[in-house]
Design a protein around this ligand. Structure first.
Ligand code: SF4
Ligand code: SF4
Length: 255
């Protein structure tokens, strides 16, 4: 029986989400046995021609070449899943969306005229239809395996969309916001990281992006009551997922 063809594509990104797949270690041989790895330059130079049954796409669209290439990837892919904050919201590089890209280029490069870049970094879904978005910076490897398994077996991935606060309650973690007044985006951030930051008495920075229907206004009011100034509140939302609509809109209210 023919094995499904898996392709892993990179756009503007740091490669961390692709590494999450390689980091699966114990499960990697099972994955490699269940699929033909048709295109995955981080792991192998071998390339099989499309079409592909499942494409995992990492990275945001920041150049005209990428905007063209993602359309070709989509046309060759039965299922297309975006992985990580860059691919699902534009990533940290989307901070350029709120600034003058030409001024940045002039400040950094001796010859900015050789750059061919767009003024914005945007999510893959802004360019082509996407079948599923997996959040995180980087993604959680267990969630990544679940998405690959579910997609190839014709079922919906079992990925929770509740907030990070639910994970704190499940793990018995003392709330850093209520107990210590530490700024925390947990109430508006989708769970999935494994409760990493609050478990270390650190506030959540929102690297898994907005949860479904996040009440950012209520959280900002609480942060203000804890003494955080207006721009500081805006800056909290302007990190890994600055271009995710819920975080972008709340950030802009605190300019
Ligand atoms: S520490 Fe943060 S994520 Fe955890 S319960 Fe408190 S506000 Fe929510
Ligand atoms: S607690 Fe928040 S910032 Fe920390 S890893 Fe989890 S989602 Fe990311």
């Amino acid at each position: 029986m023919r094995k499904p063809k898996l392709a892993v594509w990179k756009f503007s990104s740091c490669d961390g989400c692709q590494l999450s797949l390689l980091d699966c270690e114990d499960e990697l041989l099972a994955v490699a046995g269940a699929v033909d790895i048709a295109y995955f330059l981080e792991a192998t130079r071998a390339r099989l021609r499309g079409p592909y049954d499942l494409s995992l796409v990492e990275g945001s669209i920041t150049t005209p070449e990428e905007a063209e290439r993602i359309r070709k990837v989509r046309s060759q892919s039965r299922f297309l899943v975006t992985i990580g904050a860059c691919a699902t919201s534009g990533g940290i590089q989307a901070l350029r969306n709120f600034a003058d890209v030409d001024a940045f280029a002039r400040a950094v490069y001796a010859h900015p005229e050789y750059l061919d870049t767009l003024a914005t970094a945007t999510a893959i879904q802004d360019h082509v239809p996407v079948d599923f978005e997996l959040r995180g910076c980087p993604v959680n490897k267990h969630q990544l395996l679940e998405v690959v398994n579910a997609t190839l077996n014709g079922r919906r991935p079992n990925i929770p969309d509740h907030s990070q606060c639910v994970e704190c309650k499940r793990h018995g973690t003392v709330c850093v916001l209520v107990a210590h007044g530490t700024p925390c985006l947990g109430p508006v951030t989708q769970a999935g990281c494994g409760n990493l930051c609050p478990a270390c008495s650190r506030g959540c920075y929102g690297c898994f992006g907005p949860k479904e229907a996040p009440n950012t206004a209520a959280l900002s009011a609480k942060l203000g009551a804890e003494g955080l100034g207006g721009r500081a509140i805006g800056h909290l939302y302007s990190t890994f997922n600055a271009n995710a609509p819920a975080f972008r809109e709340e950030s802009q209210k605190h300019e």
